[in-house]
Design a binder for this molecule. Structure first.
Ligand SMILES: Cc1cc2nc3c(=O)[nH]c(=O)nc-3n(C[C@H](O)[C@H](O)[C@H](O)COP(=O)(O)OP(=O)(O)OC[C@H]3O[C@@H](n4cnc5c(N)ncnc54)[C@H](O)[C@@H]3O)c2cc1C
Length: 473
């Protein structure tokens, strides 16, 4: 019998698991995909918003503001990147300038640092801002992260401290006994936490009629090549009824992302890109100029798990005790996740285990080996210790065999080509895996002792090689 089972290994499920791993508890995480961060957490703007934007008196507002303050420390603890690059919310006419006034008032009320700049002052800092920009609200506490990196690191450390993760495990049935739950007729748990993102209402409906319904909203993006000189801050337009609008976002690794749109979609797993990209191409010209679309290397889409109640829904169920909802976690869910995890653990879960103590010994994860920022001497020492670090597999991002083996061999390690890409970047560069993908496939096959035909690109059914050419003949 598990003490606690978490459904969903996105950022909320993983950070809750990470927090719980500090206590003497038997914790299990169930994830239907073959890796963590495969839902909304794997496809978004990757921003730690300042908290200037959510409606007052909502959970979104509360957790956004607190989560923003927690991120630098959390990323230090997990040894992952957090870059506090700041953002500009820009206005292009009188109506938008008036909207900026509301945001300024909200910053004052929420104790969020800000500065107001004229259009020319903003352009002096960001020369590629559109000439139409008349005013900018500078938000220095805005940051950028790699969301999957934070999630993978949190889960890795949770697992080093005893949390169990079952991948490829879809929750299809839940029965409530007197004081425990039975999942899929086989897993017993005292407490159940629903972090199932776009499927959180499906999970609740397995126990009772869900008080909320998910309406997924797709957001698409362009990814441009390394363009460190084009942009240094995140650029938001003034928000509209449809949300934060189309942004220009530098990434931790020096790429630029443009997007997202926001369009409702019936299919909760449909992450194909399409007409949203035309909209982004048009809208981005409102805030930016000289957009280098000739440097386009990738497009992707993510699905916001919006619920019809409008706000996050985070509480123990009104009817079924020990069933906890962490539902409707759309934007700013990434930012809010550390604060949500803290409250779920301290205010809802731990009071149920009043005698439980924090573990006396806690194991810290080692950071991923990142050769980008190493000096020549450091690299040389590493290669001397293991020649695999001298064999470059990804030519665009300069990722070595040693780095790839490291991310496969860890707890919560990579088992697919995308899993390797998300952890240490082969395939993220200009050629998008054209050169290195076959090599990564071969390394996965060797490291996991699997036939090459069993290695997947990402989700189930995405096997790259179906049979050897000889067999086919
Ligand atoms: C386009 C877009 C842009 C965004 N930009 C930002 C941003 O810049 N900043 C920000 O703060 N927030 C942003 N967000 C919001 C943020 O990405 C989400 O709030 C956050 O990732 C939600 O995390 P989660 O763990 O709750 O859900 P998810 O990441 O969706 O995880 C849920 C998990 O549950 C699993 N699951 C579902 N059903 C089952 C089942 N039956 N059995 C087992 N497992 C199951 C899924 O496979 C999935 O892995 C954005 C979202 C989108 C889509």
């Amino acid at each position: 019998m598990y003490d606690i089972t978490i459904i969903g290994a996105g950022i909320t499920g993983s950070l809750i698991a990470h927090g719980l791993s500090k206590y003497d508890l038997k914790v299990l995480v169930l994830e239907k995909e073959n890796d963590v961060a495969e839902g909304a957490t794997g496809a978004n703007s990757a921003m730690v918003h300042s908290g200037h934007d959510p409606k007052p008196d909502t959970l979104k507002c509360r957790y956004n503001v607190i989560g923003n303050r927690m991120y630098p420390e959390l990323c230090k603890e997990l040894q992952v990147d957090f870059l506090g690059i700041g953002a500009f919310v820009v206005a292009t006419d009188d109506i938008e300038e008036e909207k900026l006034e509301t945001l300024i008032r909200q910053c004052e009320e929420r104790d969020i640092p800000f500065e107001v700049l004229s259009g020319d002052e903003a352009r002096a800092i960001e020369p590629n801002l559109s000439d139409g920009v008349t005013k900018a609200l500078s938000l220095p506490s805005t940051g950028i992260i790699m969301p999957f990196e934070v999630t993978i690191a949190a889960m890795e450390e949770a697992m080093l401290n005893g949390v169990e993760l079952k991948l490829d495990y879809e929750v299809k049935k839940i029965d409530k006994q007197k004081d425990y739950f039975v999942i899929n007729d086989e897993i017993e748990t005292k407490v159940l936490i629903n972090c199932a993102g776009a499927h959180c209402d499906d999970i609740t409906n397995m126990l009772r009629t869900s008080p909320y319904k998910v309406i997924t909203r797709k957001g698409e993006y362009f990814v441009l090549d390394h363009l460190e000189d084009y942009l240094h801050h995140v650029i938001y337009p003034t928000p509209s009824l449809k949300g934060k609008g189309v942004l220009a976002i530098p990434t931790v690794h020096g790429n630029i992302m443009l997007g997202p749109n926001s369009d409702e979609t019936e299919d909760r797993d449909d992450d194909a890109t399409g007409s949203g990209l035309d909209y982004i191409r048009k809208e981005i010209n409102k805030t930016m100029k000289n957009v280098p679309f000739n440097k386009l290397i990738h497009t992707f889409a993510g699905l916001r798990p919006h619920i019809d109640l409008g706000d996050f829904y985070i509480k123990e169920d009104d009817v079924i005790s020990n069933f906890i909802h962490v539902a409707g976690i759309e934007s700013p869910g990434l930012t809010a996740a550390p604060a949500i995890a803290k409250d779920v653990i301290n205010d809802i879960v731990m009071p149920k285990f009043a005698d439980c103590k924090a573990k006396a010994e806690y194991v810290r994860r080692k950071p991923f080996i990142d050769m980008r920022h190493m000096s020549f001497e450091e690299k040389q020492k590493l290669v001397e210790s293991d020649p695999d670090f001298g064999k470059i597999i990804c030519r665009c991002e300069k990722i070595s065999l040693g780095q790839i083996k490291d991310v496969i061999r860890r707890k919560c390690g990579a088992t697919t080509i995308k899993g390797v890409k998300m952890r240490c970047r082969p395939g993220m560069g200009r050629c998008q895996g054209g050169f290195c993908e076959p090599e990564v496939l071969k390394i996965l096959s060797e490291e996991l002792h699997k036939d090459v035909t069993d290695i997947k690109l990402d989700r189930d059914g995405s096997n790259v090689l179906l049979a050897s050419a000889k067999e086919e003949l």
